[in-house]
Design a binder for this molecule. Structure first.
Ligand code: URA
Length: 433
């Protein structure tokens, strides 16, 4: 078999056999197929797509390209959650301890920030002492003992996806439904949880720009997960504007803590309650209404916040910071971004706000960049609110003053004003089973 023929066949729009797909995955993982052939293959898939059978074969081959985590010791209680990537998306920090407090088992491997979107592992590293890497024994031991552990993806989990994703990121081949499906589901299947809730983001800050595309992606991911014997549900949620008010690592952890303490309501809490309820439904076999009530009570009673502190402490994090978030280091520079005109905020492009936060130092421009944990943006006003010229729209935080002008420009490129009050957008479009 030759990779050249596989690329050519795909380019012609023909359906590949499972053997051809497995040949590609094996060869790309062991290095015998070079990046340029993998890039050509990915581009052919972007243009001509893949059938459901091909997508399933690619997913399974990538899942089996490295370690398969065995969570059978947790019975059917293990549950995972995956977001397709967003701005200000700190939901894992809230939903994971909430469902663990209710008896589900969260053995989670999370990712780092990518492009304009943030990653849970980076956020957790903003807590002094938090260990994002544990041995398999300690990881599983912690989940058995307290119901939750969250670490970074281990080196050998779906290594083919790891290489392919990095390649797609720099070859304009990310936004393809079969490639996203296989990328996410290969990792979720290899990571072992019995139940999986997918948060499929749609809108300006998401890879799927329309709810219709998000639904197609969600249905394919559910089908593949179910064909592997997993319980899967997907929520389609909005990413036209950032979720919550904070964008940037330590800032987002602080906002998550305020939700867990019951101090912050609004869009972030609403999405977290919906995701956590879905996880409780799947993992604990409760019906949706009961799950919603359990989740709400777990937050309101402080049970979820107590589990959060237990989890952070168990992984070496400084619990005092979680009890008094003022202890998180503050950025050297705090800058008020003020409205240049009066009016309603008509739009807040999430992708541009994510990019502005990266420019402030909260994300990486190249793989080697070190993140400034205290950098980012806090939105003082959100879409739909009225501002007078000169009112503070957002606070920008950075440790490097030179970063401010470009970041401020990018931030204001994201904002549009309107004379009339904009319609309230949809937050949760659909739940798919
Ligand atoms: N997240 C992933 O892990 N993979 C994709 O392809 C897109 C988002």
């Amino acid at each position: 078999m030759r990779m050249y023929d596989i690329i050519h066949k795909k380019r012609l729009g023909l359906e590949l056999t499972n053997e051809e797909i497995e040949f590609f995955v094996k060869g790309y993982t062991d290095g015998s197929i070079p990046d340029y052939q993998a890039a050509a293959f990915a581009m052919a898939v972007v243009f001509v797509g893949m059938t459901d059978r091909e997508t399933a074969a690619l997913t399974l081959a990538m899942a089996h390209s490295g370690d398969m985590i065995d969570l059978s010791c947790l019975g059917d209680l293990s549950v995972d959650k995956h977001s397709t990537g967003g701005v200000g998306d700190k939901t894992t920090l809230i939903v994971a301890p909430t469902v663990a407090a209710l008896g589900a088992k969260v053995a989670k491997m999370s990712g780092r920030g990518l492009g304009h979107t943030g990653g849970t592992v980076d956020k957790l590293e903003s807590i002094e002492g938090y260990k994002t890497s544990l041995s398999e024994e300690d990881f599983l031991g912690q989940v058995k003992k307290i119901g939750i552990a969250v670490i970074g993806q281990t080196g050998n989990l779906a290594p083919c996806d790891k290489k392919l994703y990095a390649l797609r990121d720099v070859t304009a081949t990310v936004d393809s439904i079969p490639l996203i499906t296989s990328s996410i589901m290969s990792k979720k299947i290899a990571a072992g949880s019995h139940s999986i809730v997918l948060d499929i983001k749609t809108g300006s800050g998401a890879f799927m720009k329309t709810p219709e595309d998000a639904e197609v992606l969600g249905r394919k991911m559910i089908d593949i997960g179910k064909s592997c014997g997993r319980n899967v549900a997907a929520l389609i949620t909005d990413m036209n504007v950032p979720l919550g008010h904070a964008v940037g690592n330590a800032l987002e952890v602080k906002e998550a803590i305020s939700v867990l303490r019951g101090e912050t309501k609004g869009d972030l809490r609403e999405v977290c309650e919906a995701l956590a309820s879905s996880m409780v439904c799947l993992a604990l076999g409760k019906d949706l209404e009961e799950s919603k009530k359990l989740v709400k009570d777990a937050i309101d009673s402080g049970l979820a916040y107590a589990k959060f502190r237990e989890w952070i402490g168990a992984q070496g994090g400084n619990v005092a910071w979680c009890e008094n978030p003022d202890l998180f280091p503050r950025a050297k520079v705090e800058y008020d971004a003020v409205a240049s005109e009066s009016g309603f905020i008509g739009g807040m492009n999430a992708e541009k706000i994510g990019s502005a936060s990266v420019l402030l130092g909260a994300g990486r421009v190249s793989k080697e960049d070190k993140i400034d944990m205290s950098a980012g943006i806090v939105l003082v006003k959100k879409k739909g609110e009225y501002v007078e010229k000169g009112d503070v729209v957002a606070k920008l935080y950075t440790s490097d003053e030179k970063r401010l002008p470009d970041a401020e420009k990018m931030f204001f490129d994201a904002i549009t004003y309107s004379d009339t009050e904009p319609q309230k957008g949809t937050l949760i479009y659909k739940t798919l089973h």
